[in-house]
Design a protein around this ligand. Structure first.
Ligand code: AVJ
Length: 322
């Protein structure tokens, strides 16, 4: 009942080296948010999701807990649930249970970068959902979307957590257009997005009073120290999280506290930071229903469902191919 395919890039290390070099040579400097998530980074993100100030995870769980039956019905009672970035699939169980109760559940396709978590998740789910087939894919879904299996009887492709917010407009358009290209007429995308709200609440969610988000942000420097033989001093940087009203996104950076030179031995590169210089490590875009309508339309998709939590902080939307 379990089949897992692994498509990990043999040259992930070379890709990271190239990426980091380009980012550090850019003006202003920038690092990609995917490098946050080593083991410690993933643990820190888990802690972020439990913070009082960080509402998105709780809001998304509320929607799934209360409205999965409606979501599954609106998606046309799909036989297959595909989840991009499945992890431990903790929130997914609401969707799987709703599909089981609707009598349509057949196959779950977790797509995740971690082979270990994908195996563990597959094992627990076949126990919890008798008869469920699990066809996992271990890959970076940004590169391997096309490997997702076809399915008869409709597929629901879930991309939860608000991770789409990390993509710049052009990358987001490209990604959603590729999702659109793989959708059959009966298939639906289920996308999690954080919503625009008062800047003070947004900024608090990304700069919590316990300093967990600051630690999470600085951890990317630890990743570079380990993976690229760098000598970043984490105490020489501070966490900055600002809401950019015009672009409707959180802008998250590391600011150098002093003039300093950082050596990256594996890149044979020395990088200078001026005191006060900021390096972007992440954007997290926020949406409204109207904005998301446009985002979908640009990529050949059309919204077909809209589900928010009671506080209207977060949305899950369904989209179909135009
Ligand atoms: C995992 C990308 C959805 O943007 O809210 C949380 C990451 N960064 N706090 C987000 C994050 C700082 C998170 N996503």
């Amino acid at each position: 009942m379990i089949a897992i395919e692994v498509h990990l890039d043999a040259d992930a290390a070379a890709a990271m080296a190239r990426d980091v070099r380009d980012g550090l040579l850019a003006e202003p400097k920038e690092l990609a948010p995917k490098y946050f998530y080593d083991e410690r980074g993933s643990q820190l993100f888990e802690r972020i999701t439990e913070l009082g100030e960080y509402y998105p995870t709780r809001a998304e769980r509320e929607i799934l807990a209360e409205r999965s039956a409606e979501i599954v019905a609106a998606a046309g009672a799909p036989r297959t649930l595909i989840e991009l970035g499945s992890g431990s699939a903790s929130k997914t169980r609401h969707l799987l249970s709703a599909m089981r109760d609707a009598g349509c559940l057949h196959t779950y396709v977790p797509v995740d970068i971690s082979e270990e978590i994908t195996h563990e998740t597959a094992e627990s789910l076949v126990d919890e959902y008798p008869g469920l087939a699990v066809r996992g894919l271990v890959c970076d879904f940004e590169h391997h979307l096309e490997r997702i299996p076809d399915g008869e009887g409709g597929r629901l492709i879930a991309f939860l957590g608000g991770t789409i917010g990390n993509l710049y407009p052009q990358a987001r358009r490209d990604f959603l257009a590729r999702v659109a290209a793989m959708l059959a007429p009966a298939d639906r995308l289920l996308l999690g997005t954080d919503l625009i709200k008062e800047p003070a609440r947004l900024e608090a969610a990304y700069d919590d009073s316990e300093g967990v988000t600051a630690e999470f942000n600085k951890n990317v420097l630890e990743v570079l120290n380990r993976e690229l033989g760098a000598d970043f001093d984490l105490d020489a940087f501070e966490h900055v999280a600002r809401y950019d009203d015009e672009r409707a996104r959180m802008d998250i950076r590391l600011r150098s506290l002093v003039d300093q030179a950082v050596r990256l031995a594996d890149l044979d590169m020395t990088v200078n930071f001026a005191a006060g210089e900021e390096m972007r490590t992440e954007i997290s875009s926020k949406f409204t229903r109207e904005r998301l309508d446009r985002v979908y339309a640009e990529s050949g998709l059309a919204m077909s469902g809209w589900f928010t939590d009671k506080a209207d902080d977060y949305a899950l939307s369904l989209a179909a191919r135009l």
